[in-house]
Design a protein around this ligand. Structure first.
Ligand code: ADP
Ligand code: MG
Length: 244
């Protein structure tokens, strides 16, 4: 594997008495697409929030693009702003145009010149199929369009990795495909992606690896072929029959 973009080494995390991440070790290489799945409450969101340095950990080590996230002297805000995060509930700024949503962080946080940020934003909006919506406001877009804007906004940071937390779960079924299509094209372009999703068709087609979590642990970390065609863990069999 090439240099790891994300590396968790024996990470443990508690919420009060609840051991929510149990001895989690995971390495994600440049250009890899890793799908994280598992039952509700198994710790998937906690894991990717942890990767994005939004959650403290009790012990273990987390490296993000080579930086020790919890090391002394690490600027957590800067680190968080360098990672793309796409949420279930798009989380667009409702009072800003689509273009301003996409340029906000590059201009305000990364201090890039406006003209440069806007040029990149227009390029990214074209990439997600929304070039003509640059001046619209989020409230006038469908859920699928809003989520595609959210993906463009994440890409505008030019991050080393994009984390997706159930990006299609809040969408009407007819809009799921357009968002998955955009995610597929990012994967083809070589983007490093960590995707929590129940879209098993996407997982099989696009995932390089499937990580299955149960009760705070990584139960398996394997190829889509092995995961789907020879699930050898009763919990996975049950999960697969539930999501189908
Ligand atoms: P998943 O995304 O797989 O559904 P989560 O990571 O959201 O799971 O949650 C894992 C467990 O941690 C669940 O039991 C959940 O109730 C609990 N949990 C999540 N966030 C918090 C929190 N901020 N405080 C306390 N418990 C939490
Ligand atoms: Mg979750």
């Amino acid at each position: 594997m090439t240099a790891a973009i994300v590396s968790l080494d024996h990470v443990n995390k508690w919420y009060g008495p609840h051991h929510v991440l149990q001895d989690v070790s995971l390495e994600i290489g440049k250009g890899e697409v890793v799908v994280i799945c598992g039952p509700s409450g198994s710790g998937k969101s906690t894991l990717i929030r942890t990767i994005n340095a939004l959650e403290p950990i009790r012990d273990g080590k987390l490296l993000l693009n080579g930086v020790d996230v919890h090391g002394k002297g690490t600027d957590l805000n800067k680190l968080r702003q360098s990672v793309g995060f796409v949420f279930q509930q798009f989380n667009l700024f409702p009072h800003m145009s689509v273009l301003d949503n996409v340029t906000f962080a590059p201009i305000r946080i990364q201090k890039r010149p406006r003209a440069e940020a806007e040029a990149l934003a227009r390029e990214l909006l074209a990439k997600v199929g929304l070039a003509e919506k640059a001046d619209s406001f989020p409230g006038f877009l469908s859920g699928g369009q809003q989520q595609r804007v959210a993906i463009a906004r994440a890409l505008a940071l030019q991050p080393p990795v994009i984390l997706f937390d159930e990006p299609t779960s809040a969408l009407d079924p007819e809009m799921v495909g357009e968002v998955l299509q955009v995610m597929k094209s990012l994967a083809r372009d070589g983007m490093t992606m960590v995707c929590v999703t129940h879209e098993m068709g996407f997982a099989r087609e696009v995932g390089d690896r499937i990580v299955f979590m149960d009760q705070g642990r990584i139960v398996v970390d394997t190829t889509p072929e092995l995961f789907f065609d020879a699930p050898d863990h009763p919990r996975i069999k049950r999960f697969l029959s539930d999501v189908k």
